[in-house]
Design a protein around this ligand. Sequence first.
Ligand SMILES: Nc1ncnc2c1ncn2[C@@H]1O[C@H](COP(=O)(O)OP(=O)(O)OP(=O)(O)O)[C@@H](O)[C@H]1O
Ligand SMILES: [Mg+2]
Length: 302
Amino acid sequence: MSIIENAFNKAKNEGQMVDNATDSPLEINKPSPEQPSSLKQLITPVSQVTHTEKTESKVIEETTEINWAKLAELGFVTPGDSNTQTIEEYRNIKRPLVSNAFGEGSVGIERSNLILVTSSVPGEGKTFTAINLALSIATERDKKVLLIDADVARPSISKTLGIKSSPGLIEYLEGQDVEFSDIVLKTNMPGLRVIPAGKRHKHSTELLSSNRMILLAKQLSNRYPDRIVIFDSPPLLAATQGEILARLVGQVVLVIEAETTLQSMVMESVNKLASCDVVLAVLNKSKVGMDAGYYRYGQYAH
Ligand SMILES: Nc1ncnc2c1ncn2[C@@H]1O[C@H](COP(=O)(O)OP(=O)(O)OP(=O)(O)O)[C@@H](O)[C@H]1O
Ligand SMILES: [Mg+2]
């Protein structure tokens, strides 16, 4: 065991170290030296002490209130929900994703905690699925979720959650003095933070494929491996943005609207996702075999 590891263990045993698993505000702009994991953990409490003022100001950061009544009306999974069928369906959908993100399934999957929700064409239920997945995972006491509206051309996360629209992903990618912490909204659901899409931008495709976006994805994966990051996205066959985003994540959820989306479209989408390690298909709005659940899900192997 190295001197650093000894020091790390000693500090931990003596209770001097802050547990990394606590729900600290996300900060992404600090330099990221490539060091052994034990050294990184040793550094964490030092930076927290030297940035006391900033940390304190974040503790009292504004909480964004999600409109639970509106979500419940629209059929979303909400805290205290009694719609056990929907809850159970999302439990089944999230299980393999969470296992791939943190569990034994994560071995060999790059950026396994980053999940993109997409579909072939508009209206199949991407946003519905992204929000429900985020809520379902965030209700687990030990899980933290960051929900990002990356459907920057037709954003709808903020509207659906009933929260004010504010600077978001686009402003961050433009890089005009907007820090990562400026765009992350803390919500009234512990464990759930949201990044809105931000303003419309005529060069949004270029921004989503920019180095800043690639760096953001890397940092979200490397620095916050204990968080699930869910991206809502545009449909794959309508724009290139979904395909661009799919290259940045470890897992993709392909939403398929039952009895509507043509098989040829689904296959075209699957081909566009060929480079992705994991593609999980969710058959949404299925009315067949209600006893087996409103949703069906399966996994494409590449
Ligand atoms: N399983 C479901 N049960 C009930 N309503 C659903 C379901 N899935 C989607 N919806 C509803 O269908 C509509 C379209 O869904 P949603 O907005 O999630 O699609 P989308 O794929 O994100 O569309 P877009 O491509 O326009 O972003 C919404 O009103 C949503 O609430
Ligand atoms: Mg949508």
